[in-house]
Design a binder for this molecule. Structure first.
Ligand code: NAD
Length: 477
């Protein structure tokens, strides 16, 4: 299916402006993507407003979400092909993570709606009242925010888009979504599934295009948008915040990270190496939760570094960076790290495959050591298959190193000492701390970052809380 806007229940192939969709595996042009004009964004916001005042208000939203989940499942292979085509990620990753999680996102919020429901949404507080006038019954109902803008990145395109669209729809909002310009395909398929699922026209709208000076900016600065849910870089979050400031639009932000792993000498070494290899190299490091800083207790430092480097060298079948531009950014950090004095223990350059992939955007899985903590390549998010490993001696030092970062998204702690795990985990400045595992997710738990890694939490009730407004009703009795 060719990328198309979906506005007010109709697919629009777009106007005169398009941009190329590039296969990151070998650099070939796969097709053209329409770039939404300001008028298209206006139309989408208007259509969303119309749906809020129309049949979407009365619709059985849980049933609608289930039909969307079933619709993605019915076209599973088509979704996997589209996600693999846009991102170049290994097919297995799309088939086991991206698309199943997108289905799971809709089912999870359908389940939550049944559990909490319109009625269970209501909190009743009978009895005492502080003001004059005696007893009252207070109850709080939640109503949708209205028109919600969803802006998503390219790394887990459908997973992250639906992670916001599902709860936004569940809470009764109408959505205008803008996926990353790099990955328009599964979002277009989603629009097609939503169309087939029979949601009222305008409940879900999709516009394609770039961010600055384009669809992203038109949408986030739009006076008709009641809330913005954004996942992407911290600097983009700051730009969106400035753009949304004039209308004081509420924001939910999932931003960048520079995630630490703390490996204590008492850890199961094989599990820690295995887990750190996964947390560093999965999707070639292009997951916001990926590890880029590893701190290892000194007695096992040398052994750990050697084993992790071995794992990096043995990696096979890994995917490319999303674009030539991103490949160049990651390589610039590989070079910067060396200028800053790093020892390159594994990787550090561009692999040679001897096939079509040599025209694509791959970089080598890389392990670095020897950098000072102040080095830019230790402080800034690279978003590639690379980590820097440094030694530490004490628990307090490990925590100090982990927390000395402008970011605070996710962390991993590897130890067999139960007391240490419980002592250390809550002191790490991050929204998510995994102990002896990585990326083990229960969709009901709070998900998000501290410091420059985000504002607010997603997941389960946390998302429903963001996407709805509590209204208190006080009745004197
Ligand atoms: P990005 O910030 O470049 O782009 C994300 C989206 O924002 C895209 O749709 C883009 O078109 C849009 N955009 C860009 N500039 C805009 C502007 N001025 N106004 C409105 N929209 C704009 O991010 P990316 O490169 O697509 O994704 C990688 C980044 O996302 C990394 O920093 C990564 O850590 C982060 N990320 C965070 C999480 C999380 O859950 N915290 C998850 C995945 C990715």
């Amino acid at each position: 299916m060719k990328p198309a806007h979906y506005v007010g229940g109709a697919f629009l192939e777009g106007g005169p402006t398009t941009f190329p969709l590039v296969d990151p595996v070998d650099g070939t042009v796969l097709g053209q993507v329409p770039e939404a004009a300001r008028e298209t964004v206006d139309d989408a916001v208007r259509a969303a407003r119309g749906a809020l005042e129309g049949p979407w208000r009365e619709a059985d939203r849980a049933a609608a979400l289930r039909r969307i989940a079933d619709g993605i499942e019915a076209r599973f292979e088509e979704f996997v092909d589209a996600e693999t085509g846009d991102t170049g990620k290994p097919r297995e990753l799309a088939a086991t993570v991206d698309i199943p999680r997108a289905i799971g996102n809709f089912r999870a919020y359908a389940d939550l709606l049944y559990g909490r429901g319109e009625r269970a949404y209501t909190t009743r507080i009978p009895g005492w009242s502080a003001g004059a006038g005696g007893e009252a019954l207070n109850y709080t109902v939640r109503r949708p925010l209205g028109v919600v803008a969803v802006i998503s990145p390219w790394n887990l395109p459908l997973l992250l888009l639906t992670w916001k669209v599902a709860p936004a729809l569940a809470a009764g909002n109408a959505v205008v979504a803008k996926p990353s310009e790099e990955t328009p395909s599964t979002a277009t398929l989603l629009a097609s599934v939503i169309d087939e699922a029979g949601l009222p026209a305008g409940a879900f709208n999709l516009v394609h295009g770039h961010g600055p000076g384009a669809a992203g900016e038109f949408l986030t600065g739009h006076p008709g948008v009641d809330a913005i849910a954004f996942t992407g870089e911290s600097a983009t979050g700051a730009a969106i915040m400035r753009n949304a400031a004039d209308h004081v639009t509420p924001l939910s932000f999932e931003l960048g990270g520079k995630n630490p792993a703390l490996v204590f000498a008492d850890a199961d070494l094989d599990a820690a190496v295995d887990g750190t290899a996964r947390s560093t190299f999965t999707h070639s490091g292009q997951i916001c939760l990926c590890t880029e800083r590893v701190y290892v207790q000194r007695p096992i430092f040398e052994e750990f570094v050697a084993a992790l480097a071995e794992r990096a060298r043995a990696l096979d079948g890994y995917g490319p960076m999303i674009s030539a531009e991103h490949r160049d950014k990651v390589l610039s950090y590989y070079h910067l790290a060396q200028e800053e004095g790093a020892t390159v223990v594994a990787g550090g350059g561009v692999p040679e495959f001897g096939d079509r992939r040599d025209r694509g955007f791959h970089v080598e899985p890389t392990v670095l050591t020897g950098l000072p903590e102040a080095a830019r390549s230790v402080r800034e998010e690279i978003f590639g298959p690379v980590c820097h490993v440094a030694p530490f001696d004490t628990e307090d030092e490990a925590l100090r190193l982990a927390n000395d970062s402008p970011y605070g998204l996710a962390a991993t702690v590897w130890t067999r000492d139960l007391s240490r795990a419980h002592r250390v985990a809550p002191r790490v400045q991050a929204g998510i701390v995994w102990v002896n595992c990585w990326n083990l997710r229960d969709l009901r738990t709070p998900f998000g970052g501290v410091k420059a890694s985000g504002i607010g939490r997603e997941g389960g009730e946390h998302s429903l809380d963001f996407f709805s407004e509590p209204v208190n009703v006080c009745v004197q009795i």
